[in-house]
Design a protein. Structure first.
Length: 235
């Protein structure tokens, strides 16, 4: 052989399979070239050693969902090198996991906390179509003290663009000399409504962080890091 060929063609020859099946083996991370995993079917090879993992499977490549601890004032971006060290999913990262990710139930740019990025159509439909019925938990840091009357007004009686907001659960999470942390449990109210709600009752919002979306929580995930959604987790 004296001219490079596509890796998919070489794998098809070695495995005795179709070109599409060869592409699936490669995209699934089952193929190495000179000992290094290559996931691009279009890669060119000449006289390198191409090997196919004996455990290679042609099962459909499952779409994945990623949970990210988004930093404040940043776009929800997943860096492959920032996977949490204690990710319990056991999923083997592939390059294809970082393509075609969609962000349902987004956070305002200035907020931090749990953000979901997914390739899974079922999860995307759930978080989009049921957005107003899925409960979200947020922690709002506000300046100074908060009175019982302000908590009551936040819980019930506010409007957004002339429309009444549904009742929500608001409680004081903690206090310090300079700020109060309020816990919001929202259903029918979106995170982007919270700054205006605080302003309406005379509170200055310092920071906002989402801790939970449905039944999936942020947990101890460090800021900027991510993990895979596990099979048993449901929103």
């Amino acid at each position: 052989m004296n001219e490079p060929v596509r890796l998919a063609k070489r794998v098809a020859e070695l495995k005795g399979c179709s070109r599409r099946e060869a592409e699936q083996y490669i995209e699934g991370g089952w193929v190495t070239v000179d000992g290094a995993v290559v996931e691009e079917p279009m890669a060119r090879v000449l006289d390198q050693k191409v090997e196919i993992d004996p455990d290679a499977s042609l099962l459909a490549l499952t779409p994945i969902t990623i949970l990210l601890h988004k930093p404040a004032d940043a776009a929800p971006e997943v860096q492959p090198t920032l996977r949490a060290a204690d990710d319990p999913s056991g999923i083997r990262p592939l390059k294809r996991h970082f393509a075609h990710l969609v962000v349902p139930s987004a956070l305002p740019r200035e907020a931090s906390g749990l953000v979901v990025l997914s390739q899974d159509g079922r999860i995307l439909r759930k978080l989009t179509e049921d957005a107003m019925t899925i409960e979200q938990e947020l922690i709002a840091h506000v300046a100074g003290e908060v009175s019982p009357e302000q908590v009551k007004r936040l819980s019930k009686g506010l409007t957004f663009r002339g429309q009444p907001l549904p009742p929500i659960k608001v409680s004081i999470n903690s206090t310090s000399e300079d700020e109060t942390r309020l816990r919001f449990a929202l259903k029918g109210v979106l995170p982007e409504h919270v700054p205006g709600m605080c302003d309406a009752v005379g509170l200055r919002l310092l920071a906002l962080r989402r801790m939970r979306l449905g039944r999936v929580s942020l947990g101890p995930l460090p800021v900027g890091q991510w993990r895979y959604l596990m099979g048993h987790e449901r929103f």
